[in-house]
Design a protein around this ligand. Structure first.
Ligand SMILES: [Zn+2]
Length: 288
């Protein structure tokens, strides 16, 4: 095994290249990556490269211009297997010389709290009709998340979906509902009064407006390149499918539709099928 392959994400990797004049550097930010995290892989010193290619765990990365180089988002599913996962990048510089770099990111496991909830039986022990409805809705959402739009619509920082300084909670919680273990909570919840405006976290295309058994009235935004944000339990939806929305545009209002114990916004995000903590988007080191 080469020394490079043993380098962990916590290290900055300096790559020796044939032409020292175009030395470049690959960094993963933050340096420690956990289940459910969003990270940036940043390539600096590659400003003259017309384009950048790469992958993490065999899945393609989508690079965008960043500082004097490029960056791409990495999404770690909340149930991703902890351990080492390889990445590689490759590009041709402005002078036509090929460059490659590779390394390993270490995904750390995370201890998620267990949450016990009591809900009306009809919302937990589903009738066959509700069961098949909920399954069809989940299938539709999965198909949506599998659709990767080529153009990146999001730009710069992400904004909170509602105007509050309250810290959202609940990401990854292992839920036990009426004594039965259920799938982990794949978003965060913002407690807010019904009617509170909900805004688009970043520029996006409205990919889905629907009324689901669990999610209630919902909006899914396609930010491009496999990044989606999802807004659930809405009282009201103010956009229609196909609309292009800017960051901060009102898309609906907080409600308690679907399976909800009270008015709140369930906000979730997926990056190429990885269920990520949407709060991480708010602290990405991307400027406007
Ligand atoms: Zn929720």
């Amino acid at each position: 095994m080469t020394a490079l392959a043993t380098v962990l994400a916590t290290a900055v990797i300096l790559v020796a290249v044939a032409q020292p004049a175009v030395a470049f550097k690959v960094t993963v930010k933050p340096t420690s990556v956990r289940q459910g995290d969003v990270a940036l892989i940043v390539v600096t010193g590659a400003a003259t490269a017309p384009e950048m290619d790469g992958s993490v765990a065999g899945r393609p990365l989508f690079f965008f211009p960043y500082a004097d180089g490029y960056a791409a988002l990495i999404g770690v599913d909340l149930e991703a297997k902890p351990g080492r996962t390889p990445w590689h990048i490759g590009f041709v510089d402005g002078a036509g010389a090929p460059h490659k770099a590779f390394g390993v990111i270490t995904i750390k496991s995370r201890k998620f709290p267990v949450q016990r909830l009591t809900l009306p039986t009809s919302m937990v022990d589903l009738s066959p009709a509700d069961e098949s409805r909920a399954e069809a809705e989940a299938t539709r959402l999965r198909a949506l998340y599998d659709t990767i739009s080529a153009a990146r619509l999001w730009h710069g920082r992400f904004t909170r979906p509602i105007a509050t300084t309250v810290k959202p909670e609940g990401f990854g919680f292992r839920r036990i509902i009426n004594g039965q273990p259920r799938s982990p909570h794949s978003g965060v919840d913002f407690a807010a009064p019904a009617g509170t405006p909900v805004v688009a976290s970043n520029r996006a295309r409205v990919a889905l407006v629907a009324n689901h058994f669990f999610g209630g009235r919902l909006v899914a935004l396609d930010h491009g390149e496999g990044l989606y944000t999802l807004y659930m339990h809405l009282q009201r939806v103010d956009v229609t499918e196909g609309n292009l929305v800017e960051r901060g545009a009102i898309i609906g209002a907080v409600g308690s539709t679907g399976r909800a114990t009270g008015p709140h916004l369930h906000w979730a995000a997926q990056l190429r099928r990885a269920r990520i903590d949407p709060s991480d988007l708010l602290t990405l080191p991307v400027g406007d």
